[in-house]
Design a protein around this ligand. Structure first.
Ligand code: ATP
Length: 298
């Protein structure tokens, strides 16, 4: 019998994993899997469980939780030789990866959709020794957002970025940035550098409207330091899906990049604090096989 590992984070989102646990187990059993349930207790557990599923040759890993839990599970799968098919039920506050893949944000529907989902390969990326599926953000804004409390982020959502952006622009400290990519090097003062793999970033589904989950590219946006009016104009451009057209935004499509900053800054990976500059980032094309609902179900 095929084996599925079901990893759930009881603390994610509104702590509702318990409510959806039985429905998920039953659904996976109906799909023909012998289900092994693993509940996380803290940081790193989802990574360890996913890695164990690879070593023990599971066929499927299903994770239930927020973007943090999904990211941890992917980090467990990423470097293993045998990688089970991966699926997930979003329970977080932002759920960017689910938005990008058309996985329903309502957990009941997402579980139901598993029954008719089909496997599809998706890119992930590696920044230093960590993997991400959605977004790498480097800059004073990103660093500050990493330190915003979970409660505030839940309450403010994307507004947290706007507030930190205005704060960064009103401080006197400039950040010199260099982005070395497949086609050259960009150097200048910037407030934030984003490397996106999918169209949905921070809940904005139009930040990188052209990014596909399997296009083999990092969609890099360098937001130049051009003053508060320009920053607010760019914030509005993001909402309209027109960031690429802004004169103070540099758009780079590349398979790898080296991002350096002066001063040194920590980055934000899929919403959580990650490595420190200089950062080497590269795409791992179609690296994870995902169960994704067919369009009609969504
Ligand atoms: N049993 C647990 N109790 C408390 N924290 C846990 C537990 N299991 C895992 N964690 C922590 O939860 C973090 C991941 O949370 P996750 O991102 O899934 O939920 P969220 O913060 O509600 O969602 P989002 O990221 O969308 O806001 C992990 O990094 C881990 O440290």
């Amino acid at each position: 019998m095929k084996k599925a590992m079901f990893i759930l984070n009881p603390s994610s989102g509104k702590e509702l994993a318990g409510t959806y646990k039985d429905q998920t187990i039953e659904t996976l059993q109906e799909m023909g899997y012998e289900v092994h349930v693993k509940e996380t207790q803290g940081e790193g557990d989802a990574t360890d469980f996913a890695r164990q599923a690879c070593v023990e040759k599971y066929h499927l890993v299903t994770a239930m939780g927020g973007d943090g839990t999904i990211n941890e599970a992917v980090n467990g799968l990423a470097e293993q030789e045998h990688r089970p098919i991966f699926s997930f039920i979003p329970l977080g506050t932002v759920n960017d990866f689910a938005r990008a893949l058309g996985i329903p944000l309502d957990p009941v529907k997402a579980i139901e959709a598993l029954k008719t989902a089909e496997p599809r390969f998706a890119d992930i990326a590696k920044a230093q020794n960590k993997f991400f599926m959605n977004i790498l953000a480097v800059g004073r804004i990103a660093e500050n957002v990493s330190h915003v409390s979970v409660e505030q982020k839940t309450k403010l959502g994307a507004l947290a970025y706007l507030i930190e952006g205005v704060k960064a622009l009103t401080s006197d400290e400039e950040t010199e940035v260099s982005v070395e990519h497949d086609h050259g090097t960009w150097k200048g003062n910037a407030v934030i550098v984003l490397a996106a793999l999918t169209n949905s970033v921070g809940g904005f589904e139009k930040l990188a409207p052209n990014a596909e989950t399997d296009d083999g590219l990092l969609h890099v946006f360098v937001v130049k330091s051009a003053g508060i009016p320009a920053f607010l104009r760019m914030a509005s451009a993001i909402l309209r899906g027109k960031l690429e057209e802004d004169p103070d935004v540099i758009v780079i499509k590349t398979k790898k990049a080296r991002i350096e900053t002066t001063p040194e800054l920590s980055c934000n990976l899929d919403g959580d604090e990650g490595c420190t500059t200089p950062i080497d980032v590269k795409i791992l094309e179609r690296h994870i096989e995902l169960l994704v609902p067919i369009k009609e179900i969504v």
